[in-house]
Design a protein around this ligand. Structure first.
Ligand SMILES: [Zn+2]
Length: 85
């Protein structure tokens, strides 16, 4: 089983759900990162979808990823670089 530890010490984060996607069966995780809902979705062909839900806004991006761990790391990196109050 892949390592699910958070990739960041800077942020308050917690794994909510890890399960296959209802739509396509790909591995999917939902994290609460500070006040953001992060969804990471790993396609077996090496693409990853990252969805960051801030409540009244949403950011979606598609990246290349070797596995769920690197996809997750990428997603946390995006959030870390976001401007914050
Ligand atoms: Zn999928």
């Amino acid at each position: 089983m892949a390592d699910r530890s958070p990739t960041s010490d800077l942020m308050n984060c917690r794994l909510l759900i890890a399960r296959p996607s209802e739509e396509c069966g790909c591995p999917e995780e939902e994290w609460l990162v500070e006040n953001l809902l992060l969804t990471v979705h790993f396609e077996p062909d090496g693409r990853g979808h990252i969805i960051i839900d801030g409540g009244d806004w949403e950011v979606e991006s598609e990246v290349d990823a070797a596995d769920m761990a690197s996809l997750r790391q990428h997603a946390f990196g995006i959030i870390e670089r976001m401007p914050r109050e």
